[in-house]
Design a protein around this ligand. Sequence first.
Ligand code: FES
Ligand code: FE
Length: 379
Amino acid sequence: MTVPTTPETGTEQPGSLIATLPGHRYTDPDNFRREQERIFEQEWFCAVRSADLERPGAYRTVSVGRESVLITRNRRGELRAFLNVCRHRGARLCTEESGEVRRALQCPYHAWTYDLDGRLTAAPNLARMPDVDRSGLGLHSVALREWLGCAWVCLAGQPPSFEETVVRAVADRLGGPEVIGHYGVEDLALGRRHTYDVAANWKLIVENFMECYHCATIHPELTEVLPEFADGFAAQYFVGHGPEFAAEAEGFTVDGSAGFGRLPGVPDSHDRRYYALTIRPQVFLNLVPDHVILHRMFPVAEDRTIVECDWLYAPDVVGSGADVSRSVELFHRVNAQDFAACERTQPAMSSRAYRDGGLLVPSEHHIGEFHAWVTDRLA
Ligand code: FES
Ligand code: FE
């Protein structure tokens, strides 16, 4: 990584400012295509919440890199993922974002029919073609793992180890493999979901989430609850560190009012604290004692990213119909503030002023590690 000179003095200041990626890495469609191919189609990608597909036949389609992936639940209650492409002449099997079929997936073009395990079970006139071996004409299946109540898929021919690239990354960031278990994320229920259509490159969103240099400027509600953030050091800057709630904040809510009871596994050491981490390439996780906020990003173009954000609570909180709006409102505002900042930055990525990129101050230096990771994958 190069150490630039500061614009003000022109003197080299090693260790104080380091360079970001150059502007074209946020605007160039070819670069984005390479990221789709070498990052989103190679890494484990957090696609859906398992509970969104409650019953057999429920399905959801998601864009993973350049592919449409169809995720469904089979008759035995297991999740399955397939490329959303008919084996006959390539029609999209499901064009809706979500839906439910009774027993089978039927292509709307010539009616080839697949069971919920992807096997071709019927096709018009197939009986008159005795030579055709149906067993080799099933949908292309995609690797799938369930963790944290989500279905993670991987399009790579040889998926990387899920334990190494996902589970261990979370443990390393939180300061131990047991920490994520305190929150029982897989047992939580969906309290609210917001979907954001952000006119910015996915890397700007990751970078923004990783740093808190901007917190004092754009997050007045968040810094009220987490005063340490006003100093500009993000939780992710330190391994295993969780900033403490302000003495006067009763809960992680927009007005500091009380939240809900602590999740059953959260120990005293993690009470009244906020933890945050990025699971590369497209997940952000925020952990507070009474709920978990999970962001899944779907990069769709070099300058557009869909972000689905779920607020997850203990099932009895959601089941009782409790009002979650004050805790949702806090991070919904944070999201809106962050995405507005990213959208303000995106157009400038193509300016000649940003041809060689910008700068990272020391409290943002860990973003350099993310840049190196991305660059490494495209090499
Ligand atoms: Fe699907 Fe023909 S393309 S049945
Ligand atoms: Fe922010």
